[in-house]
Design a protein around this ligand. Sequence first.
Ligand SMILES: CC(=O)N[C@H]1[C@@H](OP(=O)(O)OP(=O)(O)OC[C@H]2O[C@@H](n3ccc(=O)[nH]c3=O)[C@H](O)[C@@H]2O)O[C@H](CO)[C@@H](O)[C@@H]1O[C@H](C)C(=O)N[C@@H](C)C(=O)N[C@H](CCC(=O)O)C(=O)O
Ligand SMILES: Nc1ncnc2c1ncn2[C@@H]1O[C@H](COP(=O)(O)OP(=O)(O)OP(=O)(O)O)[C@@H](O)[C@H]1O
Ligand SMILES: N[C@H](CCC[C@H](N)C(=O)O)C(=O)O
Ligand SMILES: [Mg+2]
Length: 483
Amino acid sequence: MKLIDILKGVNCEIKGDPNIDISGVCYDSRKSKNKYLFIAIKGFKTDGIFYVEEAIKNGAVAVVTDREIKEYPGITTVLVEDARAAMAKIASNFYNNPTSKLTLIGVTGTNGKTSVTYMLKAILERQNNKVGLVGTIQNMIGDEVIPSVHTTPESLDLQELFSIMVNKGVKYVVMEVSSHSLALNRVDECEFDIAVFTNLSQDHLDFHQNMEEYAKTKGKLFKMAKSASVINIDDKYSSMMIESSKAKVLTYGIKDFAYVMAKDIRNSLSGVKFKVQIEDKKEEISLKIPGIFSVYNALAAITVADFLGISLRSVREALSQVTVKGRFELVETGKDFYVIIDYAHTPDGIQNIMEALKEYKTGRKILLFGAGGDRDKTKRPLMGEVAGKYADFCILTSDNPRSEDPREIISQIEEGIKKTNCPYVVIENRKEAISYALTNAQKDDVIILAGKGHETYQIIGDKVIHFDEREIVKEILSEGGNR
Ligand SMILES: CC(=O)N[C@H]1[C@@H](OP(=O)(O)OP(=O)(O)OC[C@H]2O[C@@H](n3ccc(=O)[nH]c3=O)[C@H](O)[C@@H]2O)O[C@H](CO)[C@@H](O)[C@@H]1O[C@H](C)C(=O)N[C@@H](C)C(=O)N[C@H](CCC(=O)O)C(=O)O
Ligand SMILES: Nc1ncnc2c1ncn2[C@@H]1O[C@H](COP(=O)(O)OP(=O)(O)OP(=O)(O)O)[C@@H](O)[C@H]1O
Ligand SMILES: N[C@H](CCC[C@H](N)C(=O)O)C(=O)O
Ligand SMILES: [Mg+2]
């Protein structure tokens, strides 16, 4: 593809031959190859501009930067306003604007994105569609799994994935849209048909200055969606998303009047049932994932399905089978107590899984959790406090400490739990903490392993070790980890 065609719609100053042939595009010099275009991006840790010469050595023949660089013989340099924003346009051009050939549904919010996308994929597949999915756990093209590094990939990777999906006959794509991606131009140039708002609560305040800025960032998605904005009217930030919406607004909720509402909610450890009402239409819905939060997630998916003209009967059948790895996942132990693996890693997430267990009175609720390192520090005491309010016993341990001191992270959580009367222990090593939970479990207890969910790794420092809590539970129990 000619460079000039790749740069269509990009305001830039070109020095050198604009008609050179480009065989590929990269933003990592280590991935540069013969006749590549290298995009130099200033990052949080380093700056792509330091790697221009490496990219050229690896074969790049053109370089995009947002700051002047020296001239290199035979190399075309392209000066743009903002390299990240330019990359999104370049990516869309290079991969032939694939989202114009898809029905693209973007789901954003602090919690529920993964769950809603899995529900939507099941509903759309029941209509015999080939569905693409982009998200935290994995990316999917129908049943084909492509490992995901990010919840929402960089624009170049995202547009490439979309183009593969189009070539494989995908018609609908459901994707999680993280606030990082909206702030870092990852989803610029994506033609969203429908945008879904789940909720907004504290997370990522290491990245966003405050909740207002976090909300404003999320609001960008609703400015982009062309056909419909599906919004949780019960969330206190719903009005901001409605104000940002360009398209038709469809509301869902439980507390107040909404276009799509849930009535007669019956919750249990094995799932939740409710009646959904859309104007004069009603249907009994049954979900395998319990909790009011699951009802909200299902209402979001049902609202999208209704907008797409899919019958409630078909929606009911699809939703009844949906499970999501690491979201309220019951682990078979063969013992007289329960073990649940869940991905709750925010104060609101913890509150919601514990609320889902509120009616469960038979045994104790033992909550084991930590908090991610190099993430929002201010949520840690709040997580401790909400955990202490709901659990009968807490075990504070590590999640993914990353570059932080695990004991420091735990002590910040402790600040919150100390405000409650909840008894707790601190066991920094997560495997030892799980062993402690299982060894001390009593009949009918519910042990919740929270924060890692689907993750099969633990990030300590710059090391990533294999860590699958399902395997660890089975291993401990098989070694007699309980009577
Ligand atoms: C905060 C953040 O989002 N950081 C992302 C960012 O890293 P960065 O800006 O630090 O990049 P950098 O290391 O400074 O490098 C700058 C540039 O130099 C280039 N480079 C670097 C080295 C080299 O030898 N050659 C070279 O060309 C890099 O390719 C990059 O373009 O760009 C990197 C390359 O794309 C991402 O991998 C990285 O994600 C990090 C790993 C991350 O943890 N991101 C998380 C916070 C994230 O994005 N999370 C959201 C939400 C999660 C959720 O709530 O579910 C997500 O969507 O996943
Ligand atoms: N609608 C919801 N409201 C609050 N908490 C929820 C909701 N849905 C799920 N949760 C809780 O949050 C956890 C994460 O859910 P999910 O993975 O669907 O969210 P997400 O938005 O994709 O998260 P992330 O931003 O990390 O990708 C779940 O394990 C559950 O504990
Ligand atoms: N166990 C993870 C959960 C959060 C992952 C994701 N929401 C992010 O912020 O990257 C952690 O905190 O390390
Ligand atoms: Mg997710």
